[in-house]
Design a protein around this ligand. Structure first.
Ligand code: PMP
Length: 414
């Protein structure tokens, strides 16, 4: 069911679209329609220019240099931390840890908090709709510690079965790790409620926010998330950079995950003591230019306004659902009332990769396959879906082109 649309924001999205030069090209002789934003979003000129400026004029290694250029680079690098703190409403900027992305963030929690706090018979609760990045690290830690993984099932409409969750959770549950918005179904999960139940049972809440932070205002304190992970490249920033938010009292008690430069206090062959958070978790030379680029991406998104982005994308996703569900034979995979930016679908007689290839020939970029979420596709009895994922710079015309492309593709299979 499409959601209600809020008031149309007073933002000129046609003008904004012009910041994304990559969108202004032809692919296979047709104007590009980019509908693979859940995999990676595009970068506006402002972010690319900022990174270029950094490389040309400001580059040096951070933290360890006394010279002016190093200090300049350090300032530019650290700026993103304050901006992320503001974006997600963290209490302190040192609760913001730089990582290489959501996958790295979740591996950090699993290997540091998980390894330290789990023992034989303890339970980790995941959901059937998790991305592999929020399954595999926990499986690896469960194997090492003897912990058990339990899974919250997904309903036919692609929502979490909260009653089943209440039955699953016990006093042995130490960790509940849940995706905020599913990349495969588009479902927006009631994360605050899930966290309340976790906390009532003494477990911590870990949130995979890779598909949430780019599309809506997120308040980690309101959610009461203990850990929250996301990636820069899905929100107009560069690849190779991401964030792990963690509550300070948890981070302070956690051992380092990787060893090396920058994460230490004193090193001798007898003993090493470690730096304070967040630096304890940031060993080695970090992706400095990526942090600078992400800082510019956050300025860019803030200038538009996360509420405006959410409103715009709701309008687009509602339009997409309305249009594609009229296509004969198309079945949505995931039909939650709370949907964000993703529409996933199948046909009985057309394989997703065939459809994806025909769409590509018409300049339309969608993703086909299991979307790194094999368990949930198995739940729906399909090996692959076609997924259109939207960003604020998409247009209704993009969706019309997608629908025309699907109708055209269908003629090959009649
Ligand atoms: N979780 C979800 C829900 C995702 O959509 C993705 C990216 N597809 C990830 C985790 C992993 O993100 P990254 O590859 O940036 O580490």
């Amino acid at each position: 069911m499409p959601q209600a649309v809020k008031d149309i924001p007073a933002v000129d999205f046609d003008k904004i679209r012009k910041d994304f030069s990559v969108l202004n090209q032809t692919v296979n002789g047709q104007p590009l329609v980019y509908l693979d934003n859940a995999a990676s979003s595009q970068m506006p000129k402002q972010v690319a220019d900022r990174m270029d400026h950094y490389h040309r004029h400001e580059h040096a290694n951070v933290h360890r240099g006394i010279h002016t250029l190093s200090q300049k680079a350090t300032d530019a690098y650290e700026e993103a931390r304050t901006k992320v703190q503001e974006l997600i409403h963290a209490d302190h900027e040192y609760e913001v840890i730089y990582t290489t992305g959501t996958t790295d963030s979740l591996n950090l929690v699993a290997n540091s908090y998980g390894l330290e706090n789990l023992s034989k018979g303890d339970e980790i609760i995941l959901t059937e709709m998790e991305h592999h990045a929020n399954i595999v690290p926990w499986q690896m830690i469960a194997k090492k510690t003897g912990a058990i993984i339990k899974v919250i099932p997904v309903t036919d409409s692609g929502e979490l079965d909260l009653e089943a969750y209440k039955d699953l959770i016990t006093s042995s549950t130490k960790i509940v790790s849940v995706v905020h918005v599913s990349n495969a179904l588009g479902t927006m999960n009631p994360i605050k409620k899930i966290g309340e139940i976790a906390h009532e049972n003494g477990a911590v809440l870990v949130v995979d926010g890779a598909q949430a932070v780019p599309h809506q205002a997120v308040d980690v304190q309101d959610i009461d998330a203990d850990f929250y992970a996301f990636s820069a490249h899905k929100m107009c920033g560069p690849t190779g950079f991401g964030i792990l938010y963690g509550k300070k009292k948890l981070l302070d008690a956690m051992p380092p995950y990787r060893g090396g430069g920058d994460m230490i206090d004193k090193v001798s062959f007898e003993e090493t003591t470690f730096n304070v958070v967040p630096f304890r978790f940031e060993a080695g030379t970090p992706p400095i230019s990526a942090a600078v680029g992400f800082s510019a991406a956050l300025d860019y998104l803030n200038d538009i306004g996360m509420d405006q982005i959410e409103t715009r994308e709701h309008e687009l996703v509602n339009y997409a659902v309305e249009r594609v569900t009229k296509i004969d034979g198309l079945k949505l995979v995931g039909n939650s009332a709370n949907r964000a930016s993703v529409v996933s679908f199948v046909f009985d007689d057309i394989h997703a990769s065939d459809l994806g290839m025909i769409l590509d020939k018409r300049g339309i970029a969608v993703r086909t396959g299991h979307h790194c979420a094999q368990p949930v596709l198995r739940r729906f009895g399909v090996p692959a879906t076609t997924r259109a994922s939207l960003s604020f710079y998409n247009t209704k015309d993009d969706i019309d082109r997608l629908v025309d492309g699907i109708e055209y593709a269908k003629t090959f299979f009649e």
